[in-house]
Design a protein around this ligand. Structure first.
Ligand SMILES: O=C(CO)COP(=O)(O)O
Length: 129
């Protein structure tokens, strides 16, 4: 499973808590993230994460480009709906790329829990054989 993880500043604590909740599964996944989000996941949870550019510097676009060529299976993008972002066009481009390529995209914790819960259970079933 190739997962992209992205969180706006006010959602970064929630992303770290979510990742902690699903740590065993996430350790088995191939992770990429925008720069600051990824840095926190590495520093606070010891996850292996390919850290791309920070979102405002083009990280969302990098993830969108990777997704367009089949290198991303799902996106968890904890957006902050209350704060205007200078790179709003990049954010929209990434979410649009998910829709164009029919890649699952959770934009809040509840949706992300549903996705991760299902995949974690599938992975556990696979391990049980
Ligand atoms: O701005 C972001 C996504 O649009 C997130 O970027 P950072 O993870 O670098 O803060």
């Amino acid at each position: 499973m190739k997962l992209a993880l992205i969180a706006h500043d006010h959602k970064k604590d929630a992303m770290v808590a979510l990742a902690a909740e699903f740590l065993p599964f996430l350790r088995t996944a191939s992770l990429m993230a925008t720069g600051t989000t990824g840095g926190r996941l590495v520093a606070e949870l010891g996850l292996q994460v390919e850290c791309l550019l920070s979102g405002p510097l083009g990280g969302d676009l990098q993830i969108g480009a990777r997704l367009a060529v089949g290198e991303v299976d799902a996106v968890i993008f904890l957006r902050d709906p209350m704060t205007p972002q200078p790179h709003e066009p990049d954010i929209n481009a990434l979410v649009r790329a998910c829709d164009v390529h029919d890649v699952p995209c959770a934009t809040n914790v509840a949706g992300a829990r549903l996705m991760l819960g299902r995949w974690a259970a599938q992975a556990a079933d696979g391990i049980r054989g």
